[in-house]
Design a protein around this ligand. Structure first.
Ligand code: NAP
Length: 253
């Protein structure tokens, strides 16, 4: 049973990829507030995220930011692995990093396809393969992969993104079955339309269409996705494995 609801992640170590911006930052904040020590990643100069890191440190836990392109397996091994070692192990991994390179398939460049596959799908292979030995050592853990409603329902102009996010769901369900016997749970969150940099520049007509398809008639906030991640990271979800939880306000996909 969960004893201290305020400190759901006390004594836990978590990695959040893309953890200093958008949904990733909201997840990092929720985890830090719940008592976790955090390793967060960025592709930018780490100094650019000093203010975000300070906000996370204010909760009292240990916070480390590392610059790593999670699509690069060797970089993940060289940079993320020693950081986890430095923190003494790992309990929670959130694969949040993601990009979009939208366009109709007829005109989509091979690069737009490959880039999205690398960051939105292969990166999870890179981080999870790096993290698994640490989870095995701790005899348990929680892996949370941020998919999308687009991976469930598809979206015109996003064949690459939908394929990667649907792939992430299949990957997660298979891994959940491989690693369940080792008490390592793997689940996905499928956010709907959430207000972040990623969705900031959507055309007005698209915004109206999206909101019209959401039963709650509003976009979601990064913090609302973070609450689901906190649930999946903590012992509150100890019997949840191989699931996809949509966080989309009842969006008609
Ligand atoms: P965002 O504001 O654009 O943030 C994307 C994050 O991914 C940033 O933190 C970025 O880190 C990181 N990132 C991008 N490429 C990376 C790479 N190669 N290696 C490491 N990190 C990388 O987007 P968001 O809306 O918060 O999205 C977060 C996740 O939620 C994504 O997986 C996205 O597909 C998913 N999602 C979002 C929505 C939505 O409506 N917003 C809906 C469904 C799913 P730096 O910029 O610090 O380098």
């Amino acid at each position: 049973m969960v004893e201290n609801m305020n400190k759901l992640l006390a004594g836990k170590v978590a990695v959040v990829t893309g953890g200093v911006r958008g949904i990733g930052f909201a997840i990092s904040k929720a985890f830090a507030e719940a008592g976790a020590d955090l390793i967060v990643t960025t592709t930018r100069n780490t100094d650019d995220s000093a203010a975000a890191v300070e906000q996370l440190q204010a909760f009292g836990g240990k916070v480390k930011i590392v610059a790593v392109n999670v699509a690069d397996k060797q970089a993940v091994v060289d940079i993320l692995q020693p950081a986890i070692q430095e923190f003494g192990g790992l309990d929670v991994l959130v694969n949040n990093a993601g990009i979009t390179r939208d366009g109709l398939l007829l005109r989509m460049s091979e690069k737009a396809w490959d880039d999205v596959m690398s960051v939105d799908l292969k990166a999870a292979f890179n981080t999870i393969q790096t993290a698994l030995p640490f989870f095995l050592k701790r005899k348990g853990g929680s892996i949370i992969n941020i998919s999308s409603v687009v991976g469930q329902g598809g979206n015109p102009g996003q064949c690459n993104y939908a394929a990667a996010k649907a792939g992430l769901i299949g990957f997660s369900k298979s891994l959940a079955k491989e690693m369940g016997p080792k008490n390592i749970r793997t689940n996905c969150i499928a956010p709907g339309y959430i207000l972040t940099e990623m969705t900031e520049f959507m055309p007005e007509a698209m915004v109206t269409d999206y909101v019209g398809r959401i039963a709650l008639r509003r976009p979601g906030k990064p913090e609302e996705v973070a609450q689901v991640a906190l649930f999946l990271a903590s012992e509150m979800s100890s019997y949840i494995n191989a699931q996809v939880i949509s966080c989309c306000g009842g969006m008609n996909k």
